[in-house]
Design a binder for this molecule. Structure first.
Ligand code: PEP
Ligand code: MG
Length: 888
């Protein structure tokens, strides 16, 4: 018999933190907390395997599940002295989802389950509070009606509004037990009318309805979107947690809250969080009432921090905080409820945090001795470093403050005001920078939040949906900016006397919680302090070198600033796009004979030489892989009439001849055309010029006392013979230049591996190649037979349908391209054991691909300059054998 249900608390603790895959994060941690003696209301977890079985079996539960649920329920009934459905002493439960990793706001929760027209009386008698009992019942009907029965939320709101109008009041808190009774009756009638069925009053039926809704919500579009954005496989499934209800809304000695053991925005080591007196859990996250801070230190004069309002509970929570941090050795995000002066822990998990907080917490915890340096290196998600490298507002820049809100997620962003998520997405797709402005956000807004550069809400706290999701996504966010009025109909926002329209530009400072009108100047971040420490620890733990793809002075300098250990790819064709040079390049391409080409190349030689000199100087004593010309020709062909005429004039020919030549050179798929070494072989004078420029520059810089290390790279090699021919050209030029200069420089000649044929014949190619560098952009294109030019049209569909796990142009296809690489490395090194091998495709900056490169034993990865820190950290994590429990 399979075990589908695991109990926690009340002396029967069957799970633990290590069982997260089976019990989901929430269930595993509830069991763990109960196990270490924290006050957890008892309950049980239906495993993720139930979810998988449910979907595999046409939405049917395993036959032995109901019996196991009943048994677990009976256990907690006994422990609590309460009975599910009992009119006098009813047991009430919450039903919540809990996937392996947290999916904030994506799954649904039902509280107060077990209430009906009889049990509500029992609850009233037990609590001595009619109003509370009927308020709980109406909350249950609303939640159940919405989540399980699919009734729209506003229908319940209308009933509540009527009740308030009838009584002439504006706040829920002013309604009495009798009012709630009427709301209950009206809600049940409305549900019956909407769904065609009476509201289920049998607690067992309620329970199975809620369980079904949680499992059902795993496949809702918003859950599917969240998973797609966060690389969470669909077959993980969710668990369901059924837990005894505790109430934070039984009076002023009750409360509910969410807190973090450290500040999730900055990482500062201080107790951080929000709570509400006399409230039920959902009230804090929903952002309907503005919560109060936990610590006195963090409170404003008009606020009521828990530290002074409920000092005993606050001290107990401080103990829980330290117990949990010591136990989990990571920052925790916990939920608690205080029922009549007694503290209960409802959840703990590794807290989501900003990149800055992740970095600070990792470094601080290592310095505190809670974790070691290696673990600290493993704790920070390399991709999140991107956020730290992004700009912030220039303190000296002029600005007009519109409003202040909460500093929900750091970073600065400017963009056009957009008031709904769909529009944010469509405008962002057109390349526009947008700021999504909402009164509050909900899971339906996820795609717009992802597309926006920043998010602004006018309601809700630091744990509101907007704040939590923005932090996870690394989007700057200002939340709860109450001074701004949003008018969705008029498409305006009004703040401090300013009226701005959708489309107007605003700037957010997510670290300060400030909103500015217009564009505010930004500056690059500094890379000192904790960042430098992390990089130092990463460097101490990595084996592979990290180089950058760079060809301009700016790129090369940026690369060095970020710690690049050389250049792994200098695309020389990028040096030709300059307006001063492109004319000569076009002449060279359009020339119909070698003489015409030579004349054009002669104009380019001095430019190339100067470029290389600059690079050699910046990368003194570091290797530079210079790739000889490899343009898809169409990138350079003259387009308009004027350009055609100019090239014709320079070549001393007419436009008609130019057109003919253009037609000869036209290619159906230029990425597979006369590129790379093919060009160098057909027109040898091109590579000769480039080799001359490289060696003349190297000799000149060497004479300045520097140490240039040129690695001349031949692109798009498919056969040994191609390399033999092109290499011979390069060596010949080197010899000539060194003889002319009376001085030589050490150099190597190698090849890119960009074609399956090159990978398959690596053993032979290695005989005459000093190094290999995987050009995985082309290798992916040619392995799949997908054109780089147009695969974007269908790859998203392939990923959506699960045909490919990820876009293979972003993250290496381990199974296919990776296998070719493995074969190539093995056979290349069989021929030449010390053959230097690197990667310079876009994958060189992708952490998952970097892990494969480590496994294959590559010597270095090369990526764009801004990704160098990401690659340094990812390479260290790869060397340390995978990152541990990454939380960002
Ligand atoms: C590659 O193909 O991976 C590569 C680095 O070269 P390019 O992108 O310039 O074709
Ligand atoms: Mg290439």
């Amino acid at each position: 018999m399979s075990k589908w249900v695991y109990s926690f608390g009340a002396g029967r603790n069957e799970g633990g933190a290590e069982m997260r895959n089976l019990l989901g994060g929430k269930g595993a941690n509830l069991a763990e907390m109960a196990g270490i003696g924290l006050p957890v209301p008892p309950g049980f977890t239906l495993t993720t395997e139930v979810c998988t079985a449910f979907y595999e079996n046409d939405r049917q539960y395993p036959a032995d599940l109901p019996g196991q649920v009943r048994d677990a329920l009976t256990h907690i009934e006994k422990a609590q002295g309460l009975t599910f459905g009992d009119a006098k002493k009813p047991l009430l439960v919450s039903v919540r989802s809990g996937a392996r990793v947290s999916m904030p706001g994506m799954m649904d929760t039902v509280l107060n389950l077990g209430l009906n027209d009889q049990t509500v009386k029992g609850l009233a008698a037990m609590s001595g509070d009619q109003r509370f009992a009927w308020d709980s019942y109406r909350r249950f009907i609303q939640m159940y009606g919405g989540v399980v029965l699919g009734v729209e939320h506003h229908k319940f709101e209308e009933i509540m509004d009527h009740a308030k109008q009838d009584r002439g009041v504006t706040e829920d808190t002013q309604l009495t037990a009798e009012d709630w009774q009427r709301v209950v009756a009206a809600s049940k009638d409305m549900i019956a009318a909407e769904t065609g069925k009476p509201f289920p009053l049998d607690p067992e039926q309620q329970l199975w309805g809620a369980i079904g809704a949680v499992f059902g919500s795993w496949e809702t579009p918003r859950a599917v979107t969240y998973r797609r954005l966060n690389d969470i496989p669909g077959d993980w499934g969710t668990a369901v947690n059924v837990q005894v209800m505790v109430f934070g809304n039984m009076g002023d000695d009750c409360a509910t809250g969410v807190c973090f053991t450290r500040d999730p925005a900055t990482g500062e080591n201080m107790f951080y969080g929000e709570y509400l007196v006399n409230a039920q859990g959902e009230d804090v996250v929903a952002g309907i009432r503005t919560p109060q801070p936990m610590a006195k230190e963090r409170s404003k004069p008009d606020e009521k921090p828990m530290e002074t309002e409920m000092p005993v509970i606050y001290r107990q929570l401080l103990d829980v905080r330290s117990t949990l941090e010591k136990h989990y050795k990571d920052m925790q995000d916990m939920e608690f409820t205080v029922q009549r002066g007694k503290l209960y822990m409802l959840q703990t998990r590794n807290g989501k945090r900003t990149a800055a907080a992740s970095l600070k917490i990792a470094i601080d915890m290592a310095k505190e001795g809670l974790i070691d340096q290696k673990e600290a290196v493993n704790r920070v998600n390399p991709s999140s470093l991107d956020q730290l490298l992004h700009p912030m507002l220039d303190p000296k820049a002029k600005r007009t403050l519109l409003a202040k809100g909460l500093p929900a997620s750091p970073g600065a962003a400017s963009g056009a005001i957009v008031l709904n998520a769909d529009e944010a997405e469509s405008r962002a797709n057109k390349g526009e920078a947008v700021i999504l402005v909402r009164i509050e956000t909900s899971p339906e807004d996820i795609h717009g939040m992802h597309a926006a550069k920043g998010i602004l809400t006018t309601r809700g706290g630091m744990t509101s949906h907007a704040a939590v999701v923005a932090r996870g996504m690394g989007r700057p966010c200002v939340a709860g900016a109450g001074g701004i009025a949003v008018d969705y109909t008029a498409q305006t926002i009004t703040a401090g006397g300013h009226v701005l329209h959708a489309g107007d530009t605003i700037t957010l400072d997510g670290a300060a919680g400030e909103v500015y009108a217009g564009l505010v100047a930004m500056i690059d971040p500094t890379m000192s302090g904790d960042f430098a420490t992390l990089m130092e620890w990463a460097d101490a733990n990595r084996r592979m070198k990290v180089r950058a793809n760079a060809e301009t002075v700016l790129d090369a300098e940026t690369a060095r600033k970020f710690g690049a250990e050389g250049i792994g790819l200098s695309r020389t064709e990028h040096m030709f796009f300059d307006p001063q040079r492109i004319g000569a390049v076009r002449q060279m391409i359009m020339a119909s004979d070698a003489e015409g080409r030579r004349a054009a190349l002669a104009k380019l030689l001095p430019f190339q030489r100067e470029d290389f000199k600059d690079l050699f100087r910046i990368m003194d004593a570091l290797p530079i892989t210079i790739r000889l010309l490899d343009p898809p020709l169409h990138e350079f062909l003259p387009h308009g009439e004027a350009e055609l005429a100019a090239v014709a004039k320079a070549l001393g020919t007419d436009v008609a001849a130019m057109r003919r030549r253009g037609a000869e050179l036209a290619e159906a798929n230029p990425m597979l055309g006369l590129r790379g070494c093919r060009l160098g072989i057909v027109y040898p004078e091109i590579y000769e010029m480039q080799a001359r420029a490289i060696f003349e520059a190297a000799v000149a810089v060497a004479k300045e006392g520097k140490t240039p290390i040129p690695e001349v790279e031949i692109p798009l090699i498919g056969t040994r013979k191609e390399l033999e021919i092109t290499r011979a050209q390069v060596d010949r030029v080197a010899k000539a230049v060194f003889a002319e200069a009376g001085r030589s420089v050490e150099y190597t000649v190698g090849t890119m591996i960009e074609l399956p044929r090159a990978a398959l014949t690596a053993g032979k190619i290695a005989e005459i190649s000093d190094f290999f560098s995987f050009g995985t952009n082309d290798l992916t294109q040619t392995t799949f037979g997908f054109s780089r030019d147009d695969a974007g049209k269908f790859l998203p569909t392939f990923v959506e349908q699960g045909i490919l796990p990820k876009d293979p142009f972003i993250s290496l296809d381990v199974e296919g391209v990776g296998e070719l690489m493995r074969f190539c490395v093995e056979n290349g090194r069989k021929t030449k054991p010390d053959l230097s091998i690197g990667i310079c495709g876009e994958h060189g900056g992708d952490p998952a691909s970097i892990a494969l490169c480590e496994e294959l034993g590559l010597d270095y990865v090369s990526c764009s300059p801004y990704r160098v820190p990401v690659a340094r950290l990812a390479a260290a994590q790869a060397a340390l054998h995978g990152a541990g429990d990454r939380t960002v």
